[in-house]
Design a protein around this ligand. Structure first.
Ligand SMILES: [Zn+2]
Length: 316
C-alpha cells in the first residue's frame, strides 16, 4: 500500500518534472467550404492541392465546415464533388450555417433557421460530424439571452460547438492577396509562405502558454483555417514548422473529445475557447489574443515583407 503510494507519487513527480510531459497537440479545421475562387487557383485546383498537401504532410483527419449556400453561388455549382473528395480522403465535414450570417446581427430565431437549413443538406452525408461552428466565431458572447437560445437549440439538435482555440488569420492574408492581385502588384511568395507559417506557429505557441497559465493543462488545440489558396500552397509548411516546435498533429475527432469541449463559458470574450475560459470571472487580467493575430501588425508585415512596400507607403 505504502509502496503503491510511493510509486504513485513518483509517477506524478516524473510527469511534472519530465520535459516529455509537455504535450503540444493540435488539430486542423477549414471553414467556408466551398469557398470562392482565389487569386491563384480555381476551387477544384485548390481542393486537389489541399488534399495532396495534407496527405504528403501525414495529416490524417481535419474538419471542413461547410456553408451549403455557397453551392448556389455562380462559382459553387457542382462543388459537391469537392466536399465528397475531402471525405474520401479521410476528412470529416460539419455545419457552418447555410450562408454564413452574423448571429449578433440576425438574432437567434433566424440564425437557428439558417443552421437548420445547412443541417438538412449535411445530415446523413458520409463524413458528417455533429459539430457546429459559428460564422465569424460570433456566439453573441455579449448578449447572454441570444447566446443561450442558440446553445439550447444546438443541444436539442445534438450539435456540439465546433470551437477553435487559435486563429491562423489566413482570412486576412487571403483578403490582402486578393487586393494585391487585383492591383497587379507582384508578391514575394516565399515571404508570403513565411508570414503565414509564422502567424500559425506564433498563435499556437500563444494558445499553449495561455492554456498552461489559465487552465494548468494542455488541451488539444484547434486551429481555425479556411479553404483558401494559402492553405493549398503552404499548409504542409505550416505543419512542418509546428512539428519543428514540438507540436503533434492529431485527428480532429480526438481534439473534440478534450474536456474543454464540454465547457459553455459564460464569458464576454468573443473568439477562442481558451480565451473564453481564461477570461471567466476570478481569472486575472491577461492578453487573450497574440500579437500575431493583430490585424494592423499582420497587414503591415504583409505590405513590408510580401509587397516590399517602403514603411511610409505601407502605413497608408
Ligand atoms: Zn466562416
Amino acid at each position: 500500500m505504502i509502496r503503491a503510494r510511493v510509486f504513485a507519487l513518483l509517477a506524478v513527480f516524473l510527469a511534472l518534472a519530465s520535459p516529455a510531459a509537455a504535450q503540444k497537440r493540435i488539430a486542423l479545421s477549414f471553414d467556408d467550404v466551398p469557398r470562392a475562387p482565389g487569386a491563384f487557383m480555381t476551387p477544384q485546383q485548390r481542393t486537389d492541392r489541399l488534399i495532396a498537401a495534407l496527405r504528403r504532410a501525414g495529416v490524417r483527419q481535419v474538419a471542413f465546415f461547410v456553408n451549403p449556400g455557397n453551392l448556389q453561388q455562380p462559382w459553387g455549382a457542382g462543388r459537391e464533388s469537392q466536399i465528397a473528395a475531402y471525405v474520401r480522403a479521410g476528412h470529416v465535414i460539419a455545419n457552418h450555417t447555410f450562408d454564413h450570417p452574423h448571429l449578433s446581427e440576425i438574432g437567434a430565431a433566424a440564425f437557428i433557421a439558417n443552421l437548420d437549413r445547412a443541417a438538412s443538406w449535411l445530415n446523413g452525408r458520409p463524413g458528417f460530424r455533429p459539430w457546429f461552428r459559428f460564422p465569424f466565431l460570433d456566439e453573441a458572447a455579449g448578449d447572454p439571452a441570444t447566446r443561450d437560445a442558440v446553445r439550447a437549440a444546438l443541444r436539442e439538435r445534438h450539435l456540439h460547438d465546433g470551437y477553435v482555440t487559435l486563429d491562423s488569420l489566413d482570412w486576412l492574408l487571403d483578403n490582402l492577396i486578393g487586393q494585391a492581385h487585383a492591383a497587379g502588384r507582384p508578391m514575394d511568395m516565399n515571404a508570403l509562405r513565411d508570414l503565414y507559417v509564422r502567424t500559425v506557429v506564433e498563435a499556437a505557441e500563444f494558445a499553449d502558454r495561455l492554456s498552461r497559465e489559465a487552465l494548468h493543462r494542455q488541451p488539444i488545440q484547434v486551429v481555425l483555417m479556411h479553404e483558401t489558396d494559402l492553405e493549398a500552397l503552404f499548409v504542409g509548411d505550416a505543419v512542418a514548422a509546428l512539428r519543428a516546435h514540438g507540436w503533434q498533429i492529431v485527428p480532429i475527432d480526438q481534439a473534440y473529445r478534450d474536456p474543454i469541449a464540454a465547457a459553455e463559458p459564460d464569458s464576454p470574450f468573443l473568439g477562442t475557447r481558451i480565451g473564453a475560459l481564461a477570461s471567466l470571472p476570478g481569472q486575472p487580467h491577461r492578453e487573450l489574443s497574440p500579437p500575431a493575430n493583430r490585424i494592423d501588425l499582420v497587414t503591415e508585415a504583409f505590405n513590408r515583407e510580401v509587397l516590399h512596400l517602403p514603411a511610409s507607403a505601407a502605413s497608408h
